[in-house]
Ligand binder design. Sequence first.
Ligand SMILES: CCCCCCCC/C=C\CC(=O)SCCNC(=O)CCNC(=O)[C@H](O)C(C)(C)COP(=O)(O)OP(=O)(O)OC[C@H]1O[C@@H](n2cnc3c(N)ncnc32)[C@H](O)[C@@H]1OP(=O)(O)O
Length: 278
Amino acid sequence: MYHLKKFNVTSGKYRKLFSSVAKVIDVSTDDKTNITRVYLQRPPVNSLNSHLLTEISYIMDDLEKTKCKGLVLTSNIVNIFSAGLDLTEFYKTDIQKLSNFWTTLQNTWLKLYTATFPTVALINGHSPAAGCLLALSCDYRIMLSPHYTIGFNEAKIGIPAPFWFIEVMQSIIGSRKTELSVLTGQMYKTDEALAIGLIDETAINLTEAESKVNSFFKNIIAFPGKSRSLMKKDCRDHIVQKFLLKKDEERELVIEFIMNPKTQKNIELYFKALQNKV
Ligand SMILES: CCCCCCCC/C=C\CC(=O)SCCNC(=O)CCNC(=O)[C@H](O)C(C)(C)COP(=O)(O)OP(=O)(O)OC[C@H]1O[C@@H](n2cnc3c(N)ncnc32)[C@H](O)[C@@H]1OP(=O)(O)O
């Protein structure tokens, strides 16, 4: 039995979220297990703009505070997990807005990647670019088959995938496969993603996916949480430390790259192609 839990009372931020007009995430927590499901629901394609990223960031803070036992990150939009970053955040923007946006992305990602509780991505739709990053930053991935796709397609837009996107992928599928994957902007179908280890399990429908999610938590929650979260930290710390060291420098590089007129042209062309597709 799920319901919107204590977030209204534990956090002023959540009071704000639930009273806001466009609710871009839906949150429900199972009373018995204290496992929370976060549904992305920003039509049409769950593209990650400042608002959606900020809401994810708030919920991560709240889940840490309320000693959450597990998070399932999924989508309420049919056929889409997340279309990645909202390209309008990059296009015809200004330096301050872009800088704020990138900082929000960096901070939100860090919270998801370093969550002390177990996290599962239930990938129930397409998941390109930063959508793929969200999934890869969880501890376990279950993806619906057969016709969805996942991967870093940035090369096709003419923008490089950031170093930390690449390092997260490397930690999961290895250097060689990651290099080929990012250089070609490869998007993988569910079964291909399983074959290279980008996802952990496939499911033919939501019922099967939910049952696999429950099995994952059953196995993992049986062990003391502290040792599990310490090991997770050790596994991810090399990426996190490098990220923290380079975070500010990276933001400047992103601004320089995105504000460049050639990049703006590439984004414009990509956007047009997306909008004009038959
Ligand atoms: C030195 C270092 C520099 C680093 C630079 C920056 C690095 C940036 C890193 C990460 C990048 C990203 O995450 S960029 C985003 C990449 N995402 C994509 O390329 C996804 C594009 N979208 C799709 O492939 C498809 O839309 C879909 C498969 C997700 C869904 O397909 P579907 O057919 O269901 O829907 P439509 O294609 O018709 O789309 C509906 C509607 O949404 C608009 N749309 C789609 N994706 C985005 C997006 N990412 N941002 C903004 N808007 C998006 C699309 O244009 C349609 O709009 P209209 O209805 O107006 O036509």
